[in-house]
Design a protein. Structure first.
Length: 198
């Protein structure tokens, strides 16, 4: 059995999962909205969201666990953080099962999590997450995909994303866009996502 990575305050993580037997976890537009509603309820209090993409049968998030979690009076901080994610996925699965008269597990298994190892990993992971719908053939151009965080960086509309922190990582919005336009070469990130690529 593979050892499960613990989630700790102050670190970046790639969070991912897919449907059981690669089945869909999102059936229609309202499902995507509801999942993000639950994300705000369970995850926004404990983590900053740097990027995300929701696809029919899987999802990817890049988060940084908030340092303030250290001050909570809980026995095991890492366990508390993981439980918040589990609460989200359980709440979503119960709602989907009820709405669509289905039974059984919605998600493949325990959600995947991988700590971001360095700054290059961070840049490339943001690109990887946003490019994912094109990679899997959901759209011809990832910029046209509606259920990712990419467009939130190109506007001044209110968002719960850590928008300014992401833009600052790249230097400015032009560099953010240029980095995403650099092409579809996965050589730089393939080793970093080999265990969580769907």
């Amino acid at each position: 059995m593979q050892k499960v990575e613990k989630l700790w305050p102050g670190f970046f993580y790639h969070i991912f999962n897919r449907g059981n037997n690669r089945e869909n976890i999102f059936y229609e537009e309202k499902n995507y909205r509801y999942f993000l509603h639950l994300w705000v309820k369970y995850i926004v209090p404990i983590a900053e969201t740097y990027a995300y993409c929701l696809m029919m049968n899987h999802f990817h998030f890049l988060v940084r666990i908030k340092e303030s979690i250290k001050t909570l009076e809980v026995v095991d901080v890492s366990l508390y953080i993981s439980q918040q994610f589990s609460n989200l996925f359980n709440a979503y699965a119960k709602a989907i099962n009820k709405e669509y008269n289905r039974t059984g597990s919605l998600f493949q298994a325990r959600f995947g999590r991988k700590r971001v190892s360095n700054e290059a990993h961070l840049y490339n992971l943001i690109h990887y997450i946003h490019f994912n719908p094109q990679k899997h053939g959901f759209v011809e151009d990832f910029r046209d995909y509606p259920y990712s965080s990419y467009h939130a960086f190109l506007t001044n509309k209110k968002t719960r994303l850590a928008r300014q922190a992401v833009i600052d990582l790249f230097g400015d919005i032009d560099e953010f866009i240029n980095f995403h336009d650099r092409g579809n070469d996965y050589q730089n990130i393939q080793a970093l996502v080999k265990n969580d690529d769907f």
